[in-house]
Design a protein around this ligand. Sequence first.
Ligand code: MG
Length: 268
Amino acid sequence: MKLVSWDGGFGRLSDDGASVVPMGASLVDWLATGGDGHTDGAPVDRSTLRLTAPVPRPGKVVCIGVNYREHAAEMGREPPPVPTVFAKWANAVVGPEDDVVVPPGVGSIDYEAELAVVIGRRASRVDRNAARDHVAGYSCANDVSSRQRQFETTQWTMGKAVDTFLPLGPHLVTADEIPDPQALAIRCLVNGEVRQSSSTALMIFGVAELVEFVSSMITLEPGDVISTGTPPGVGAAMTPPRFLAGGDEVVVEIDGIGALRNTIRIEA
Ligand code: MG
């Protein structure tokens, strides 16, 4: 199933994407109750809905840094021995119909195409072999970053957790439709130009290892999001660097999931 959310509801997309069957008020509540106990509503035209992120207010957004070897190399880093974890908060999450809004004075704006994992069942100290039982599904994320702010200090948070800096969507594809999350082509396009083109096969730590590692210390709840890191090709690693400008359209595409499209807006 492809699940979409809007203000006050969620539902499943038809195969052609033209209509939505409403399933209830909250995708996260539905996940938390085990994915049943809903009543289908009458189908509505998809174009009449303004979609939010599938999980518009996740309790946690756990982000993984330098999780592809070639991205580590392009950023001048060694591949890490354990996952590099940082946080974004719900304020960063926007949906497929929203802009990324850059606050005044925040520069060097970059894109990072990432596979997002949405937790379906509470996960605490979960073994990697059982980890995927706790995954509801997958979506596309753009870990928008201000390289200027990210590298001003040793802590990345102020360059990463900015309001609107985590577009997520356009829908959640349930895990049963993704037999192997480590075999997905992933791309980022800026104004139609391919900037990143890789495969989730090249992650250093795969989805199951990440759920195991994070849940060994932090309980993951239904609706929590893990953004699994970006492949090579970020703007900061180009010579000269190619950062995003106002009006740029950034698309994150993952085969088997979909395409997430957002426009950059710079506030003066
Ligand atoms: Mg990232």
